[in-house]
Design a protein around this ligand. Structure first.
Ligand code: PHE
Length: 454
């Protein structure tokens, strides 16, 4: 493999461009919508600690590995696994890892787009003043009415899917870079404003902050641990090839390690800020932290409806959320599009139409989970819950496990060392211990724990 090899889809213009794109992929609904509600459902502090440990000990080393695999092969995840397995003299079956990632991308995007559709609809609701002066009951009713309408959910889901495909069709490295450059700082500022607002509540510290940061391990179940670990993968976009494909557009001379710290750090800070902003409002409004996927839609509008300047903040917040979701959704579908272009000889446009239509159609499973099919359950889960569990809690950790094993045990050490180009030998050794032993055994132990063996 030569160092001059480039992806046929182009390259990021700089290290900074990659950081922006990968941060755009990582920061999304996972941080602002999902992190608060799963933290609420799993009892707070203890869950947050497990999640942070997973980000640090499993997420960061795997993110380095995934970026490295992509950059070394410069192709879509399936071909990457074929080429690199070949290079290492390993079994061809490794390419199934790429396949699982592609499928996970479709499944995740199918529900991701529906939720991003909610955020889009809330831009309009904010704009038309629906939250003005409203209390918790009105805001909940607004959300419940919205959920009860498959037509409305389908409309917003379709709009969001269309927007995603319009970006993807142009190639991820045009336009995206500019959008994220402006988006990330703005999102940050808005979140800090929300935190400042939350601090004005009486029990900001006693209930909000304590809930998030005082661990009570008796509240954490085995499934809670799995959810925390799965979320570390989900929020960092790991285990399904998104970071791999972005890595494949990464120029050769960039330090992977430093880049990854920055991305993972930003992602974690955004999630914590969202939590700090949301829980004081949850408790002050007498809401249930375990309210589920509707949590931010039932809490933040109360704040927007009652704070000074809330009309504008509300609009801005949901606009940011939609953009943050968009910069993630394109990375969910990019591996499939790249595969169709590279292996099936399709134009980018054809590839987008195919993959976009399939995802769009799959999205109806999630739409109906909140209304027509809300009673239809498999393993006691609605279609949405099942998709979420299957992807975030199972497919991504399994994908991540395989990536760790491949990078730690299958690839030649001289290749990983060369590709990662760590600042010193110690950093490389730490990475090697994490990727060989810590990350795979942590994932394995959590699985054993959930099935009751441990
Ligand atoms: N990381 C994204 C988020 O937190 C979701 C995502 C998962 C994106 C997997 C790509 C791959 O919203």
């Amino acid at each position: 493999m030569t160092d001059t090899k480039k992806s046929i889809h182009g390259e990021w213009s700089s290290r900074f461009a990659f950081i922006l794109a990968a941060t755009g992929s990582a920061v999304g609904l996972g941080n602002i919508w999902k992190f608060p509600y799963i933290t609420g459902e799993n009892g707070g502090g203890a869950f947050v600690i497990v999640y942070l440990l997973c980000v640090l000990l499993i997420g960061v080393p795997i993110m380095m590995a995934e970026t490295m695999l992509g950059r070394r092969s410069r192709q879509n995840p399936i071909n990457t696994m074929i080429t690199l397995a070949d290079e290492a003299g390993a079994d061809k079956n490794w390419h199934y890892l790429g396949w699982m990632g592609l499928i996970a991308g479709f499944l995740i995007l199918s529900y991701y787009s529906v939720i991003a559709g909610w955020a889009s609809a809330y831009v309009l609701k904010a704009l038309t003043g629906s939250f003005f002066g409203a209390d918790a009951i009105t805001i909940k009713a607004l959300f419940d009415d919205f959920m009860a309408s498959p037509m409305q959910l389908a409309f917003w889901h379709s709009l969001f899917m269309l927007a995603t495909m319009l970006v993807v069709v142009r190639g991820v490295n045009t336009g995206l870079e500019k959008a994220v450059r402006f988006l990330m700082p703005s999102l940050f500022i808005l979140l800090i404003l929300m935190v400042a607002y939350a601090m004005t509540f009486d029990d900001y510290y006693d209930r909000g902050i304590k809930f998030l940061f005082t661990p009570d391990f008796s509240k954490l179940t085995g499934n809670g641990v799995l959810t925390a670990m799965g979320h570390a993968f989900f929020t960092l976009s790991l285990g399904m090839g998104a970071i791999m494909i972005y890595g494949s557009y990464l120029p050769k001379n960039v330090s992977i390690a430093k880049t990854v710290y920055l991305i993972a750090g930003t992602d974690t800070v955004v999630a914590l800020l969202a939590g700090i902003a949301i829980f004081p409002i949850v408790f002050a409004a007498g809401l249930e932290p375990a309210a589920g996927p509707g949590l931010i839609f039932q809490t933040l509008p109360i704040a927007f409806g009652n704070m000074t300047g809330g009309w504008l903040f509300g609009i801005l917040f949901f606009v940011m959320l939609v953009f943050a979701a968009l910069s993630s959704s394109i990375s969910l579908i990019e591996p499939a599009v790249a595969w169709l272009v590279e292996n099936k000889d399709m134009s980018r446009k054809q590839a987008c139409i195919w993959s976009g239509s399939i995802t769009w159609l799959l999205g109806f499973g999630t739409i109906f989970s909140f209304n027509l099919w809300s009673e239809f359950k498999i393993f006691d889960k609605t279609v949405f819950q099942l998709l979420d569990y299957l992807t975030a809690n199972l497919m991504l950790p399994i994908g991540g496990f395989c990536i760790a094993v491949f990078a730690g045990w299958i690839m030649k050490q001289q290749h990983t060392e060369h590709e990662l180009d760590m600042p010193n030998a110690l950093s490389y050794q730490i990475w090697q211990i994490l990727i060989r032993y810590v990350a795979p055994s942590a994932v394995f132990l959590v699985f054993l724990h959930v099935v009751g063996v441990l």
